[in-house]
Design a protein around this ligand. Structure first.
Ligand SMILES: *[C@@H]1O[C@H](CO)[C@@H](O)[C@H](O)[C@H]1NC(C)=O
Ligand SMILES: *[C@@H]1O[C@H](CO)[C@@H](O)[C@H](O)[C@H]1NC(C)=O
Length: 303
């Protein structure tokens, strides 16, 4: 009985968890309006002494409103100590030999749209914005409505500082921005939810199948245990061999209520704890089946 209750409660808690999962899955679906994220490969080239150093890395992400195009040029900083290009009058220290250039701008101070427009008005062919200090190399797709004609990518703060220091030392740095790979965070989120859901379903079925046959098994085990206890209790009950002259042999006394035979000398009788006695051959099978005294119903396991 208690086992059945446990099974039922496991059952209902698994069902409620399943229900919550399905709701989570449904709630996660509207997320699918989120756009795909495109990474940007940056091929950074600069000259140190007479060595040309070139490094390629998937170090940026395209802004949400950026054209997905290859763009290249010399990397140029805003003039002055402020690198955020929020001032509409910001000038860029564009090298004379560069016909195509990319503005390297710090995040913050104003909107992405604002600073991208400032650089675009000065003739930049692309904008690279680096993240806040302390964010390591974390990047995200920027939102910059209204600047759809110019490529804008975000790079991590560490990469941005590296470039900034090189250029501030007077190194001529060029970058080729290439379209990298597409990521669909909402898709992986959806797939994850689906997998979780399937895993939960499988786990539920597994639990269900594992629990159900255990109920009859354990009740069989319980019954076997009781039978063993009864046998043991019977073995502990007193036995007596009737002899000539015993008062049980008086014809006026009761006969055995199991077989209705009268008691004779040399009969083996078993005496229960309630003091009732019967032929051993009659009472043992009865007790195995009923556990109780046929006269007063007292339970041999309880006394
Ligand atoms: C990076 O750009 C440089 C200069 O344009 C070029 O020589 C080099 O092959 C490029 N590297 C890669 C890995 O594309
Ligand atoms: C940018 O250059 C123009 C013309 O040379 C100058 O008038 C302006 O003040 C400069 N802007 C800044 C922010 O220094």
């Amino acid at each position: 009985m208690s086992l059945l209750q446990i099974t039922a409660s496991t059952h209902s808690s698994v069902s409620s968890r399943l229900l919550r999962l399905s709701i989570f899955l449904l709630l996660s679906l509207p997320d699918s309006k989120g756009k795909a994220i495109w990474t940007a490969h940056l091929n950074i080239t600069f000259q140190v002494g007479n060595r040309i150093i070139s490094e390629l890395g998937e170090s940026g992400v395209f802004g949400n409103h950026s054209p997905l195009e290859r763009v290249s040029g010399a990397v140029v900083l805003p003039k002055g100590w402020n690198q955020n290009a929020c001032n509409p009058m910001t000038n860029f220290s564009r090298p004379e030999q560069a016909d195509s250039w990319l503005a390297l701008i710090e995040r913050g101070g104003c909107t992405f749209t604002h600073k991208i427009n400032v650089a675009a008005e000065k003739g930049a062919n692309g904008v690279i914005i680096y993240n806040y200090p302390g964010t390591g190399n974390k990047v995200f797709p920027m939102s910059h409505q209204g600047t759809e004609n110019i490529v804008a990518v975000m790079i991590g703060n560490l990469k941005g500082m590296e470039l900034l220091h090189l250029i501030q030392k007077g190194v001529y740095v060029t970058i080729i921005i290439e379209v990298g790979r597409m990521h669909m965070p909402w898709l992986s989120h959806y797939v994850m939810s689906l997998f979780t859901f399937l895993a939960a379903t499988v786990a539920y079925l597994f639990l269900y199948c594992a629990w159900v046959p255990r109920v009859p098994n354990s009740s069989i085990r319980g019954r076997r245990q009781i039978k063993a206890d009864v046998k043991k209790a019977i073995g502990q009950l007193q036995l007596r061999v009737l002899k000539e002259g015993d008062k049980e042999l008086d014809p006026n006394e009761d006969s055995c209520v199991v077989c209705f035979d009268i008691y004779k000398p040399e009969d083996v009788v078993r005496i229960l704890t309630c003091k009732h006695f019967f032929h051993k051959a009659c009472i043992d099978p009865w007790l195995l089946a009923h556990r109780t005294c046929p006269m007063c119903k007292c339970d041999i396991l309880k006394t």
